[in-house]
Design a protein around this ligand. Sequence first.
Ligand SMILES: Cc1cc2nc3c(=O)[nH]c(=O)nc-3n(C[C@H](O)[C@H](O)[C@H](O)COP(=O)(O)OP(=O)(O)OC[C@H]3O[C@@H](n4cnc5c(N)ncnc54)[C@H](O)[C@@H]3O)c2cc1C
Length: 389
Amino acid sequence: MPRVSDWDVCIIGGGAAGLFCAATAARRGRRVVVLDHATIPGRKILISGGGRCNFTNRSATAENYLSANPHFCRSALARFTPQDFLALVEARGIAWEERRHGQLFCVHSAKDIVALLLDACAEAGVTLRWGVQVQGVAHEDRFRIDTTHGPYIAERLVVATGGLPVPSIGASDFGLRLARQFGHGLVDTAPALAPLLLPAHERLDLPGIAVDAEVRADGPIFRENLLFTHGGISGPSVLQASSYWRPGRPLHVDLLPGHDLAAALGEARAVKAQLGNHLADLLPRRLLQARLPAAIASKPVSQLSRADIAAAVAALTGWELHPEATGGWLKAEVMRGGVDTAELSSQTMESRRVPGLHFIGEVIDVTGWLGGYNFQWAWASGHACGMAV
Ligand SMILES: Cc1cc2nc3c(=O)[nH]c(=O)nc-3n(C[C@H](O)[C@H](O)[C@H](O)COP(=O)(O)OP(=O)(O)OC[C@H]3O[C@@H](n4cnc5c(N)ncnc54)[C@H](O)[C@@H]3O)c2cc1C
């Protein structure tokens, strides 16, 4: 057992990125200790992907991430790919399945991924310390990490404390504060992959109803399910767009993606059915009632004027919403923003200000889309750092 002062690498945060980095570094012969204030390992992994952990995405590239520097994540993602992580999953005999859009999930449980990480750490000789509160960090020639379990001295310090979502299971702003302590800039943080809350006059009282929709804030268009909630909207398309949404900016929703409604109605001149009934094959009746002006919904399609058709098209495919807020840190899956990448090496995740200090995972200003991209960033950044320390 090494003395407290004997560590080559101290990693604060034993989540996805921290454990993967620890195993990678220890396999290279580094003496590695991981400190985490949580008493149960990998809690965020355990709740991820509805308990099945969407552990990567087959098609993860830099285009699937938000960052003030969109190129920063390229190198690490290229050096540790989704296929590399999948090979580890397969080597352990973990049953996995591919869902839509290249999303890879455990068939049985997210526990399989936590076990993979803990076993990799045990096999490589990593020392894991749970239930440790870090009280302060100082740096002279080495790092001194003061904790409730005494001081740890290490050549290198890796900050892997994750983002701010779900504070009840251990999320903290420790990594952001530490970055600031060592002179690093922060990119403004905000809840991302979060439901959106609507002002009362824009809310539709349709909780539980889900439809295929295209949703866009100030970024790409996402086509997935949109779910109506008590306070607003959620579902994959909304979560994706929420990462690009800024307070005060509108959200654009097309409830009939892939349909040319104007052309279809223009050609349906012989249809005697009321518009609301005619469209009921495409959208739930209650949603049609809520969105279509009553006078238009009750008209036979054959009697619709050009203005009526334009109004129906606008109501269903050009819906502009004005969210009041996101669902906040309790509902968000990830944090947007974080430690500014401007002063980090994209090869090693090392600080350019403080040699030997590294940041990995969600604490950095690299935010993935929904669909396994955030874990892929945790593995890739953890691997890049673990190969360097
Ligand atoms: C409900 C939910 C579902 C999700 N599902 C998915 C999914 O299916 N696929 C996907 O790709 N992403 C998913 N994510 C996002 C993903 O979980 C995170 O992006 C990922 O875990 C980040 O890895 P990390 O190692 O940076 O941080 P974390 O995994 O959060 O680990 C951080 C660790 O640091 C510890 N820590 C924090 N502060 C301190 C401190 N002060 N002292 C000591 N230790 C500290 C924490 O206890 C924790 O163990 C989900 C997130 C949530 C909230």
